[in-house]
Design a binder for this molecule. Structure first.
Ligand code: FAD
Length: 478
């Protein structure tokens, strides 16, 4: 019988998994997860390791329950070597996988195809991680895009999103006995158990992804356009970690929305699809500019006086002890559940890269370590966009004011109070700026600024001016 290895990575789902689906139609299947250094070249952050552990647990559990098939786990240095060993042991006739668009693994995928095709194997890669092919979507002049709006316009005209596949009807188990490592041997879970709150917050499974999608479509999508910027409300999908680990595909989300509205989208539904468009755009940009992982998209920013020190101020930022309530709330939310609301991500990133003048890479690396949805393209794009050196049509010298942003998007201070309990006793008008409260008010609620909660780590106006001066210098030297 024909047997195919299905190489799994960030596609840990049974439904709409083209590599698994097509392999299952050909004959027997050996699903394999390779934890090799070159497939995971940029070591995964702590929060995402936890997510990956749970994702592998639930995916392998479902494979076993539905099809009585085991997931083979291998650990190694080199993917080609590990695959070579597997091919030798199992005598398979093919290797299928779903394409990744991370520039660091693109090259490896090409080598897998070349190497094993030469050996006479049927090697195929499938599309499902993105809605578009970065190679195919081009400006009228034939160039890749660097601005979102024209990208999105063209996307809507040219991209036909294929309907998602169902789960394989059956998966035939190979009759070769293949040795596998235990999930625990990957050592993805930390030795200190800091993830209790993440366990409560997330159902890390394919079912969990679909439950979250259904909840969002039933309760929030129609008001998404108006309320998506409100961190105090549960009004965004929170599907990002599922998308990042491939536990749901973007086309499953896309078609769930289209079908629900029978093509006549509400403003909220359209705004939501547009955000999926941002994910496409992030990958488009990174695909065509692979150096962006470390380098500024706008080269003039190479001269910007960013500081690389992980000093006391930086650690205050990571711990949510800056004395600026909305920033501390965001950073604590991130630490506790591995996720932060998009609006707050922009505010904390603007504070770090502008008011604190820290290099965006420091923030990007912290997010990489602490986000359950850590995604190379979205993270780099989000940081460069906010720092001003990325793909952005808006002026790079825009600096978010954390107090007015807080008052606008968390009007009753509920978000801040949830994550920064020290501020719960304050009247709503002072939650975003406790230092503005008259002494009498603070005393009446038994609150001492500087003792119960830190004073702002930097003066807002002065640090904003310092950043503006730096931007002005940059402008002059362009
Ligand atoms: P929803 O609002 O429900 O949007 C649906 C989906 O669209 C998201 O799951 C996501 O896949 C995509 N999306 C939404 N907003 C954006 C955006 N601005 N850019 C790209 N895609 C978007 N997103 C990540 O997935 N991983 C990251 O590592 C990441 N790092 C970020 C760092 C910074 C500094 C910033 C400003 C943004 C970052 N984002 C990142 C983008 C965005 O904040 C998250 O995708 C979003 O908050 C996830 O929540 P959600 O699933 O409820 O989003």
């Amino acid at each position: 019988m024909v047997t195919t290895i299905v190489l799994l990575r960030w596609d840990l789902r049974l439904s709409d998994n083209p590599a698994l689906f097509e392999a299952s139609k050909k004959g027997a299947v050996i699903p394999v997860f390779l934890y090799t250094k070159d497939l995971f070249p940029r070591s995964i952050g702590g929060a995402k390791k936890w997510w990956l552990h749970r994702a592998l647990e639930s995916f392998s559990g479902e494979l076993k329950r539905r099809y009585n098939v085991d997931l083979v786990i291998r650990i190694g240095e080199s993917t080609l070597e590990e695959l070579e060993k597997l091919v030798f042991e199992t005598k398979v006739s093919g290797i299928f996988f779903n394409k990744n668009y991370d520039p660091l693994t693109k090259n490896l995928e090409e080598r897998i195809i070349e190497h094993f095709t030469k050996k006479g194997l049927d090697v195929r890669s499938f599309k499902s991680f993105l809605l578009h092919e970065p190679e195919e979507l081009r400006t009228d002049e034939g160039r890749p895009y660097i601005v979102f709006t024209p990208f999105w316009k063209k996307f809507q005209v040219e991209c036909v999103v294929p309907k998602p596949l169902g789960i394989p009807e059956r998966i035939v188990k190979s009759n070769v006995n293949v040795s596998s490592r235990n999930l625990e041997e990957l050592k993805l879970l930390p030795t200190i158990k800091w993830y209790d709150e993440m366990e409560k917050c997330w159902n890390v499974s394919e079912t969990g992804a679909f439950e979250r999608l259904k909840y969002f479509l039933d309760n929030a999508v129609d008001s998404y356009k108006d309320l998506r910027d409100r961190p105090d409300l549960d009004n965004t999908s929170m599907l990002s970690p599922y998308l990042a680990a491939g536990m749901i595909s973007p086309r499953q989300i896309w078609h769930a929305v289209i079908e629900r509205y029978d093509g006549k989208l509400t403003e909220g539904a359209y705004a939501f699809l547009r955000e999926l468009g941002w994910r496409e755009f992030s990958y488009h940009i990174l695909y065509h500019n692979p150096s962006l992982v470390d380098a500024n998209l706008r080269k003039e920013f190479d001269k910007f006086p960013w500081c690389w020190d992980r000093d006391e101020g930086f650690w205050k930022w990571t711990k949510g002890l800056t004395g600026i309530p909305i920033i501390d709330a965001g950073m604590r939310q991130l630490w506790r559940i591995g996720w932060m609301h998009n609006r707050v991500r922009m505010i904390v990133a603007s504070w770090l890269t502008k008011n604190m003048l820290k290099h965006w890479k420091l923030g990007e690396e912290w997010f990489w370590d602490t986000l359950v949805d850590a995604d190379i393209a979205n993270n780099v794009q989000g940081w460069q966009w906010t720092a001003g050196c990325g793909a952005d049509a808006a002026p790079y010298f825009r600096i978010f004011n954390p107090v007015s942003q807080g008052r606008k998007f968390d009007p009753n201070g509920e978000y801040v109070k949830k994550w920064v309990p020290e501020l719960r006793s304050l009247p709503p008008e002072y939650v975003h700026a406790p230092w503005e409260a008259p002494e009498m008010v603070l005393r009446s609620v038994g609150f001492e600024l500087g003792k119960d909660y830190p004073l702002p780590m930097l003066p807002l106006e002065e640090s904003r001016k310092r950043a503006l001066d730096a931007f002005q210098q940059l402008g002059k030297s362009r």
